[in-house]
Design a protein around this ligand. Structure first.
Ligand code: PLP
Length: 357
């Protein structure tokens, strides 16, 4: 059996969820969209369901998968419905629903529902992607309140630059939100992971942590709270071949790496078809039998070459960690010019193996 696999530590997931709730002193929707950022939504939901305030996903397809697996907690659809026909199922399965656009508001008013839905009304406070314009928000809120199809309304907005700790844009967005909110008496939700970790001054009755649940930092720089996160996924495999090369020999596709010295090369069963980023350059850290070394040469579809020259005890069958508790996914991501969100979501082909303790 090919040794490539992703180990998922569900205790670490619970630790990170508790941290999100504790530091924000708020209720927390665990964001498990995109198959829990590659970690497996159903298993992650089951690990959290006894303590969670609710879950958030991108669309009804993801929410249905959770309900069908027996998850009874509230589930928020972060983009609401994509067509009015979904409202029947939203009612039947008791999902919570974001309303971010006028067409959704109108469809909701027109729907023939038997029970009042919980709606999260989204304001565009400056990200300029979705959400009601500040001039239209209060009127939209009033329409929701007078509709018999709507019960509780939560006011929400989303920050574009909360991961930049020295950027004033989050303050500006908060101010825009506070101005529009005015005297509306309702619960609010503004904070995603970077905001939970880095913007304690932002109020929120509900927080929406995603990436931090999986133990990866959303920041480029070290950050105190982020350093308390526990990585949930370990992507690992084994060395399947070893060769000794003299100095001056090319390794892998395009010969883009040439040995600078006599080099012991380990070949690992892992590649970009597993989701490891193809653009990770020579020098990207990997851990072999617990010791740090570097990736060398191009990442291939099914194989990756690593430098074993300084690890004489490592060889055939040695375990290689590509990211996990020793090599941080955020470091690999930044070497490869991307973010941990994407490298987790790109995971495929490897089996996910879960541990609870
Ligand atoms: C994905 C998403 C989140 C979670 O963001 P993280 O940065 O992963 O914490 C929160 N809110 C909304 C609206 C989202 O779409």
């Amino acid at each position: 059996m090919r040794p490539a696999r992703a180990l998922i530590d569900l205790n670490a997931l619970r630790h990170n969820y508790r941290l999100a709730r504790e530091v924000s002193a708020a209720k927390a929707l665990a964001v498990i969209k995109a198959d829990a950022y590659g970690h497996g939504a159903v298993r992650c939901a089951k690990a959290l369901q006894d303590e969670v305030d609710g879950f958030a996903v991108a669309c009804i397809e993801e929410a249905l998968e959770l309900r069908e697996a027996g998850i009874r907690a509230p589930i928020l659809l972060l983009e609401g419905f994509f067509e009015a026909a979904e409202l029947e199922l939203i009612e039947q399965k008791d999902f919570w629903c974001v309303v971010h656009s006028l067409w959704q508001l109108e469809a909701l008013e027109r729907a023939q529902l038997n029970r009042a839905l919980t709606v999260w009304l989204k304001l565009d406070s400056g990200m300029h992607r979705v959400g009601f314009h500040p001039d239209d928000y209060v009127a939209a809120h009033e329409r929701l309140q007078t509709s018999s199809n709507v019960g509780k309304v939560v006011l929400m907005s989303h920050f574009a630059r909360a991961d930049e700790l020295d950027c004033s844009r989050s303050e500006e967005q908060l101010e825009a939100f506070e101005q529009v909110r005015g005297g509306i008496d309702a619960e609010i939700s503004l904070r995603n992971s970077p905001s939970v970790l880095g913007w304690p001054q932002v109020p929120s009755d509900w927080v929406r942590p995603g990436i931090m649940l999986y133990g990866a930092t959303p920041f480029e720089q070290p950050q105190a709270l982020a350093s308390q996160l526990q990585p949930v996924m370990t992507l690992e495999s084994k060395i399947i071949s070893v060769r000794e090369l003299p100095a001056g020999e090319p390794v892998g596709y395009a010969g883009s790496f040439v040995t600078e010295r006599p080099t012991r090369v380990g070949v690992v069963a892992m590649g970009y078809a597993d989701g490891y980023p193809r653009h990770a350059p020579t020098g990207t850290p990997v851990a072999v039998d617990g010791q740090l070394t570097r990736l060398i040469g191009r990442v291939s579809m099914d194989m990756i070459t690593v430098d074993l020259t300084d690890l004489p005890q490592a060889g055939l069958g040695s375990r290689v960690e590509f990211w996990g508790k020793q090599v941080l996914a955020s470091d690999v991501a930044s070497r490869a010019g991307t973010i941990p969100y994407q490298i987790f979501c790109n995971l495929r082909r490897v089996p996910l193996l879960y541990s609870e303790d």
